[in-house]
Design a protein around this ligand. Structure first.
Ligand SMILES: *Cc1c(COP(=O)(O)O)cnc(C)c1O
Length: 443
């Protein structure tokens, strides 16, 4: 097989994005029938493909998965097997990453204003054999708090690259001020880190989406971090330039050109340290889809309101960020086969919660909806299930793989009251109680 054949083959087996329309509708219908709705469906194969594309684009870099995008065991194990590291935002995420098999050497805990209980727990695990673990601090106080607990392990310093006089004021490369130490003071904090433990890394995460259209902010961030790394003594082993690799949520958005992002990053990264990136969304977003059933269809003067059984407690992003997710009907088509063809209809898709924000999509054209229709809400593998809540005493949905294996079972009404003093289940301090136990004096 020639080189070009191989490239073509890879392209067809691992496309840059999986669109909502690419999911096998028959399969999704049968999963909805078996497990009920709302239901998150996750495809671990797609998670693996995303990992492979990242490792292919950044062959000389460390690629860490920002686990907060989706911390289910299935995703963590898949990502671990693919060879990525784990970027964790809390003690809970560190625990879950370690339990899923990530060796401590591939786990980084980034402590944003860390609660004492998180530091207690992470320092305990570090002491119990996790000495390859790296802790990222974004404030001098966090360093002191670690030192007080006897931590003298690997330390990385989170820098706020936008703060500091004079440079590139037009380009916003900074986080909100709560993240990271100001650029001008990074030197000082890195030295302090090397006094407490072993200073090994620099870190910045800007948060906003890195899109193919405008990489200039990203390039400035990378260049500034590289420049800082080169000035430091001791020099850091690695420089993480954060996550934020964008995914197309709407049908007309092109997929991210990962190769050009990687090229731009490499070009701007003029320093001896190892480059690290930490995508979250990119790894899992298009590996998940949400299934929901239409429960009511109501014509109003302005639009047709489709009430569905998934809402802001199932998928928070539309209510929280005004985020767009493509909504499709699996029950009718507008120009497809005659049996299912229906008139295109302008709809508002709303959830079951009595909040004006509980809208999954406005002004969406769907085949004339009917009660009982099955709808998909696309590209929901990242920050979907992870942000689900039990507000309105609505149990969280189930998550299953495309093959029909349970990733997380559906919550029950009994689950909702299990933490209350009079709850009937006293075996609930299950898998990990170490944080609570160490802090036995907590109320
Ligand atoms: C959330 C987060 C990421 C990942 O962001 P994505 O937009 O999901 O890629 C990476 N690094 C840190 C520190 C984060 O908090």
């Amino acid at each position: 097989m020639s080189g070009s054949d191989r490239t073509a083959g890879e392209r067809t087996t691992n496309p840059p994005v999986r669109r909502p329309a690419d999911w096998d509708a028959e399969r999704l219908r049968s999963l909805a029938a078996e497990y009920g709705t709302p239901l998150y469906v996750l495809d671990p194969d797609r998670v693996r493909q995303n990992c492979e594309r990242l490792l292919g684009a950044f062959p000389d870099a460390t690629v860490d998965y920002a686990v907060k995008a989706n911390t289910t065991r299935t995703v963590l194990e898949t990502v671990e097997q693919a060879g990525l590291g784990a970027e964790c935002a809390s003690a809970g995420e560190v625990r879950r990453a370690l339990d899923a098999g990530f060796p401590a050497e591939r786990v980084r805990y980034t402590a944003v204003n860390p609660p004492a209980a998180d530091l207690d727990a992470v320092v305990d695990w570090w002491r119990e054999g996790g000495d390859g673990l790296t802790v990222t601090v974004g404030a001098r106080d966090a360093l002191d708090a670690l030192a007080e607990r006897g931590y003298d392990g690997r330390l990385c310093v989170r820098v706020n690259p936008g703060v500091g006089a004079g440079h590139h004021e037009k380009v916003t490369t900074g986080d909100a001020p709560q993240f990271g130490v100001p650029f001008d003071r990074a030197d000082e904090v890195c030295t302090a880190a090397d006094d407490v433990g072993e200073f090994v890394g620099l870190h910045a995460h800007v948060g906003s989406g890195v899109s193919g259209e405008d990489l200039s902010a990203h390039e400035v961030l990378v260049a500034r971090m590289a420049m800082l790394a080169d000035e430091l003594d001791p020099a850091p082993e690695f420089v993480s330039v954060g996550g934020g690799l964008g995914v197309p949520y709407s049908r007309d958005e092109p997929p991210l050109d990962l190769e050009s992002v990687a090229d731009a990053t490499r070009d701007a990264f003029d320093c001896d340290a190892r480059l690290a990136v930490e995508p979250g969304r990119y790894v899992v977003a298009d590996a998940g889809i949400l299934l929901t059933e239409a429960t009511t269809v109501k014509e109003t003067e302005e639009t047709v309101v489709v009430g569905v059984d998934a809402g802001m407690t199932t998928l928070l992003r539309p209510a929280l960020y005004d985020a767009y997710h493509e909504i499709r009907s699996l029950s009718g088509t507008v120009d497809g086969d005659d049996r299912h063809a229906r008139d295109p209809t302008l709809c508002l898709v709303a959830g079951p919660v009595c909040e004006t924000a509980d809208v999954l999509g406005e002004e969406r054209v769907l085949p004339a909806p009917e009660r009982g229709d099955l709808l998909t809400v696309g590209t929901t593998g990242a920050y979907g299930y992870e942000m689900a809540s039990t507000y309105n005493s609505r149990p969280r949905p189930a998550v299953v793989t495309l093959d029909g294996e349970t990733v997380a079972r559906r919550e029950t009404l009994a689950d909702l009251t299990r933490l209350e003093a009079d709850g009937d289940d006293d075996g609930t301090r299950g898998a990990d109680t170490r944080t609570a136990d160490t802090r036995g004096d907590d109320a």
